[in-house]
Structures are given as C-alpha cells and as structure tokens.
Design a binder for this molecule. Structure first.
Ligand SMILES: Nc1ncnc2c1ncn2[C@@H]1O[C@H](COP(=O)(O)OP(=O)(O)O)[C@@H](O)[C@H]1O
Ligand SMILES: [Mg+2]
Length: 506
C-alpha cells in the first residue's frame, strides 16, 4: 500500500469515528432566517445603535429598563417606518427577541446559554456551532452573520469578566459569573476564524448524591471515598479532559468538615465549596508587557504561610507539583488535586515529570519516594463512549519496592458489553483490602470490610433514591447455563411437536 493510500485510510478511519460521535442536525434551533428578515434586522440594529448613542444617560438605566426601551423603539419602528414589511406574530416576536439579544446579550448564543440541559457550547467559526447535551455532541442550526460578528460576541463575553482579546493577545481563558469556563482564540492563531468553547457544569452537579444518581460511582465506592476525605488522606483525581475530574473534586471537597480552613488554588476558579472557612486563590497570566504573572507555584508557597488545614489545587500542571508534594509530606495532609493522565500508573509518571518542571535537580528515586509517601489514593475518572462519566479505578499507593512505586487497585469498573447508545458494566472490588482502611477506622468511621471482597456485588442509587443492583449487572455463568438448557428443551419440544403434527397429518 502506498503512503498516500495509508494516509487516506487513516483520514477515513478518523472521519468514521467523528461521524459516530457527532450526530448532525438533530438539535432543534430556530429556522434559518430569510434574506428579507435578516435585512430588516440589520437595518433596525443600525438605527438602534444610533438611538442608543444619542440617548443621554443611557448607561444609567438598569438592564430591564434598557431592554424595555429597546423593545418600545423597535415596535415603534416596525409600525411606522417599516410598515411595508409584512411580519406575522412569530416573526415579529423573534425580531424583537433577537435584536435585544444582539444588543444586550450574547446574540445567537443566548438561547443556548439559557438552556440548562446544554453542558458545552463549541463554536468553530461563524457557521459551525456545536453543543453537548447528555454527554453527546450535536451540530446546531445556529450561525453568526460572519466571523466579525462572532468576534464581536466573543469580545463582549470576555469583556464582561474584565479580559480582552485582540490581535496582540489572541487567546483568553476565563470564567463567567455563572461559573462556566470560557476559552476563546482568534486569528491569526485560529486559522479558520474565531473559535469559542464554553464549558458548563451540570446545574445539579457538585455533590456525591448526583454522582450516585448518574451511576458514576457505586454506593460503596462513594462511601469509601467520602471516608478517605474525612480521614485526611491525600487524593489525586486523574483523567482526560472532560472526564469529570473537577466535578468529582467538587463532590469530594463537600465532605471536608466545616470547621477546617480550606485554601483553593486554581487557574480559573471552578470549584464551588459550601464550607464557611475558605480562601480562594486564582493564578494570574502575565499582562501584555509580559509582567505581573502569578503562578500556581507562587500561590502554593504562599498558601503554606496562611495556616491551611487543607490545600486544594484545581489542577496540577507544572512546577507547583513539587511544592504540593512537600506540603503533603510535611503535615498538610488531606489535600486534593486533579491531573491529566490516562491511568493511575500514568498519573504517577506525570507527577514525576511535573516535579522536574520545578527546575530543582532531584534524583529519580528521591522524587519517586516523595510521591509514594505523599499520595494515598489515585482515583481515575473516565468519559465512556456513550458520554457517561465513571470512576473507573480507585487505586492505593502502598510504598516503594526497589525503584518502583507500588500500587494496588481496590475498585475497578468492568465493562460487560455495549447496548444501544449505552455502555454496560459495573464496579467491582479486586479482593484487596486497602491499607488506608486503618486510617479510616482510626477516625472512627466504619466501613464494612466485605465490600472489598472479590465477589461482592456493588449497589447503585436509582433515580427514585432506592439502592439497587444495576440492571446492567452481568448474568452469572450458572444462570446462563440454566437459561440455555431451558431454551434447548423448548427448541426440542417445538421440533417434537412439529414432528407429531406432521405424523398426524400423514
Ligand atoms: N459523573 C458525571 N456524569 C455526567 N456528567 C458529568 C459527570 N462529571 C462531570 N460531568 C459533566 O462533564 C463536563 C466536564 O466535567 P469536568 O468536571 O469539568 O471535567 P474535567 O475537569 O475532567 O475536564 C461538565 O459539563 C460536567 O457537568
Ligand atoms: Mg477540570
């Protein structure tokens, strides 16, 4: 096969995967605009800008007052200067709604932003807007007029949080007041036009109860993890982008007792803890002259002087890792963080690499033993192919054997099959009773030791709040045998009957 054929083959394979994930055109948006309608909208919009610019003290009106004034102005224009353009009631209402969105909101993105079932909004240039709903990606019928229009909306979004985007600083990462994370990148860095990603948390996320209801953890795993937080074990949550690491971190942090002083360190504040005694710190990117940067490492070092009971680092990305490990090893236990890795073992090598970012030349074995003595548990979070997020592994770090960090899996997620748009499986125990159990019992928290047995069947919380074995639990081997024996009897019986009928007919 020639190189070109091989390349083409690869491209075809990639496209096949993409078209599986992206279900095109299934999302219901407004009908595309007619040319007449767009024309009228644009004219009215220009008139509105003039009107706003010439209205004295416009900025002193409240949001609601401004929206009402815009509505009155457009209604007046439609009924006088633009009477010749026929509009039915739906078009009339839509015109007013869209002009207000354009003037006061985020234009075409407004309906998406107000739909709580949408978790991610991804805009690739003016004509491609995707959303994630229930873990699946859909293309919408929503478009922007052109790339300039999209860029204006992006500018409006980032300026709301005091940031700017232009040719000199063409990338912005920020958090909206509602907690959504926004990333925008524009040309010349984004080749095909401005690109915007808005990632939102599910409105009902942030508690262990929701993770239980979504089947992301079994009731037993939830109990052990909550106990581990209460017993001040150091925990790392590992996973890919969008695997649910931050959501899991939020849910676990909710279990930190209320009297403790918590310091959170994040690049863009996403955690929303309910505790009273909490200090939230956020890193700062350098300004346009390249000055004023405050890194996560600076904040970790500073946080140690703030008498913390717990340090929570939103995501470990670099040089702060060494300081975090040292903090964990010197009495600041009960710390939590997340990092990007594909397995608990991979998470350890990521930690090693990130320690090296600090520029301090430590021998390899030294780094490993710091990690081994600092971290107690690695939780792996994964996004499965059906869009659901699960805790797929809970592993314990036991210590060092020679030059290798020893680790043992306590709970694992076992996939048993793939149904229509769903992945079936269940959590199971590996049969290893973790060493950290001692620390948990020492705190007076009781955990039934049987849940660690290999043949223990994990239970799940149903939507109605009952505890149940998951319907997707695999059928035990004996039952399968009995079932096939029964089917064999039925089949034979049926043939016998057919034979009998044939004989009778003869
Ligand atoms: N267990 C879960 N079940 C369903 N959706 C989830 C779960 N955990 C997170 N999500 C959703 O997935 C998206 C990504 O979650 P997030 O925690 O930000 O991931 P990460 O930090 O790994 O990038 C969010 O929209 C969030 O609401
Ligand atoms: Mg995250």
């Amino acid at each position: 096969m020639s190189l070109k054929d091989r390349l083409n083959n690869n491209v075809n394979k990639k496209n096949a995967v993409n078209s599986q994930q992206i279900q095109l055109g299934t999302f219901v948006g407004d009908m595309p605009l007619s040319e007449e309608f767009s024309d009228l909208k644009e004219k009215l919009h220009t008139l509105l800008i003039d009107k706003v610019n010439t209205t004295p003290n416009w900025s002193e009106y409240s949001d609601v007052e401004q929206k009402n004034l815009i509505k009155q102005f457009i209604e007046f224009q439609i009924s006088t200067n633009f009477r010749s353009v026929p509009l039915n009631k739906i078009e009339h209402d839509r015109l007013i709604r869209e002009i207000i969105q354009e003037a006061k909101g985020f234009g075409p993105l407004d309906p998406l932003l107000s739909d709580p079932s949408i978790s991610d909004i991804l805009v690739n240039g003016a004509k491609n807007v995707y959303v994630e709903k229930n873990g699946k990606l859909y293309k919408t019928s929503i478009t922007f007029k052109d790339n300039n229009h999209l860029k204006n909306i992006i500018e409006r979004i980032v300026s709301k949080v005091g940031r700017r985007i232009d040719e000199k600083s063409p990338m912005v990462d920020a958090r909206l007041p509602d907690g959504s994370r926004v990333n925008a990148i524009i040309p010349p860095l984004a080749i095909d036009g401005p690109s915007l990603s808005i990632r939102r948390f599910r409105a009902d996320s942030g508690t262990m109860d929701s993770l239980l209801k979504w089947g992301s953890v079994s009731t037993e795993i939830a109990k052990v993890l909550e106990a581990a937080v209460a017993a001040r074990l150091n925990i790392i949550i590992s996973g890919g982008t969008g695997a649910g690491k931050t959501t899991l971190l939020n849910s676990l942090s909710a279990k930190i007792p209320n009297g403790e002083r918590i310091i959170t360190i994040e690049d863009s504040a996403e955690l929303c803890l309910q505790q009273e005694h909490i200090v939230r710190l956020e890193t700062r990117p350098p300004n346009i002259e390249g000055e004023g940067q405050v890194t996560a490492r600076d904040l970790v070092i500073n946080s140690l002087r703030m008498r913390p009971d717990r340090i929570i680092i939103g995501e470990c990305r670099g040089a702060e890792t060494l300081d975090m490990l040292q903090a964990m090893n010197t009495g600041h236990d009960g710390s939590l963080t997340t990092l990007h890795a594909n397995s608990p073992r991979d998470a350890l090598s990521r930690l090693e690499t990130m320690v090296m970012f600090s520029g301090i030349d430590l021998p390899d074995r030294n780094i490993k033993s710091q990690i081994a003595s600092a971290i107690n548990i690695v939780i792996q979070a994964s996004r499965l192919s059906d869009g659901t997020r699960k805790v797929t592994k809970v592993s314990e770090i036991v210590g060092m054997e020679g030059d290798v960090i020893t680790m043992q899996d306590i709970f694992v997620w076992e996939q048993t099959g793939v149904g229509v748009n769903t992945v079936m499986g269940m959590h199971s125990s590996t049969g290893i009773r973790p060493k950290f159990l001692d620390k948990i019992t020492a705190k007076g928290i009781e955990i039934n030791p049987q849940i660690f047995d290999k043949n223990y069947r994990h239970t799940y919380l149903t939507k109605s709040g009952n505890v149940n074995h998951k319907p997707s639990t695999p059928v035990p081997a004996e039952q399968t045998k009995a079932e096939s024996a029964r089917q064999e009897v039925v089949r034979k019986g049926a043939t016998l009957n057919v034979d009998l009928l044939k004989r009778l007919k003869r």
